[in-house]
Design a protein around this ligand. Structure first.
Ligand SMILES: NC(=O)c1ccc[n+]([C@@H]2O[C@H](COP(=O)([O-])OP(=O)(O)OC[C@H]3O[C@@H](n4cnc5c(N)ncnc54)[C@H](OP(=O)(O)O)[C@@H]3O)[C@@H](O)[C@H]2O)c1
Length: 251
């Protein structure tokens, strides 16, 4: 028996990177997966790849910073597959990076609108459906919230909000049988990781010294933790943020 057979899983930012790896992993475990993102071409391509591998997936275009898009996205998932069991609340942006003096309030708002307001909005509209299925949410924070890194004031602060959102939503909803947890990835080799460090080679160079495991992570490293948190095996894990960073924040 596959771990998510017949379950409906929404992955925001599921078109590329960490979200894509998680969408593929959920589909391999039998889930019907809804992939949401702003760019249609990448999202449709990932949904087609999952279908070609024998899985079930659908794409919906949505910007998680836009309330009407979030409402329509949740509606799409529930109507398309009949319920909602798991939300991997993963969509995020690194936004503008750099010394604080070079950043403006418009940069602050753009990053917080996606990473904080978007994460909150998706929970707000998904949680009533998750009560019906006794489902769960996995949010996505970052090691940048735990380890000070120059040039990341806005991004790191936005990701620092995620464990707090996770803890508070978990306490609000656990009595109704819904768990809320989060992952906190270290440096992961994705498009964002490449933009963050300038290139994947730069990230690997950074990881060789900054990460005790001696390497940067793969999207699949995070997907494994997400599937665990979303699974019945994590039934007693409530309101936690699990760090998957090769030891970077443990030094
Ligand atoms: N890579 C890392 O090193 C790392 C480390 C720690 C935490 N994280 C977190 O992990 C998550 C995924 O990161 P990643 O590395 O996979 O990033 P990525 O490669 O840039 O992918 C981001 C995904 O989110 C979607 N997205 C971005 N803004 C969105 C919006 N407003 N509405 C809907 N979808 C949106 C993107 O699609 P569209 O652009 O088409 O919308 C894409 O599917 C993020 O929350 C990130 O902060 C990443």
């Amino acid at each position: 028996m596959k771990r998510f057979e017949g379950k409906v899983v929404l992955v925001t930012g599921g078109s590329v990177g960490i979200g894509r790896a998680a969408a593929q992993a959920f589909a391999r475990e039998g889930a019907k997966v809804v992939i949401a993102a702003r760019r249609e071409s990448e999202g449709i391509a990932t949904a087609k790849e999952i279908a070609a591998d024998g899985g079930t997936a659908a794409f919906v275009r949505a910007d998680v910073a836009v309330e009407a898009d979030v409402v329509a996205m949740i509606d799409f998932a529930v109507k398309r597959f009949g319920a909602l069991d798991v939300v991997f609340n993963n969509a995020g942006v690194e936004g503008k990076l750099g010394p604080i003096g070079t950043l403006g309030v418009e940069d602050f708002d753009a990053t917080f609108n996606v990473n904080v307001r978007g994460t909150w909005l998706v929970m707000k509209y998904a949680l009533p459906h998750l009560v019906a299925t006794r489902g769960n949410v996995v949010n996505n924070s970052s090691v940048a919230a735990d380890v000070g890194m120059a040039g990341t004031t806005i991004y790191a602060a936005s990701k620092g909000a995620i464990p707090t959102l996770t803890r508070t939503a978990a306490i609000e909803f656990i009595a109704q049988g819904v768990r809320v947890n989060a992952v906190s990835p270290g440096p992961i080799e994705t498009d964002m990781g490449s933009r963050f460090f300038g290139s994947i080679d730069n990230m690997r160079g950074f990881a060789a010294t900054a990460v005790p495991a001696g390497r940067s992570g793969q999207a699949g490293d995070i997907a494994e933790a997400v599937l665990f948190l979303a699974s019945p095996q994590a039934a007693y894990v409530v309101g936690q943020t699990i760090t998957v960073d090769g030891g970077m924040s443990s030094k």
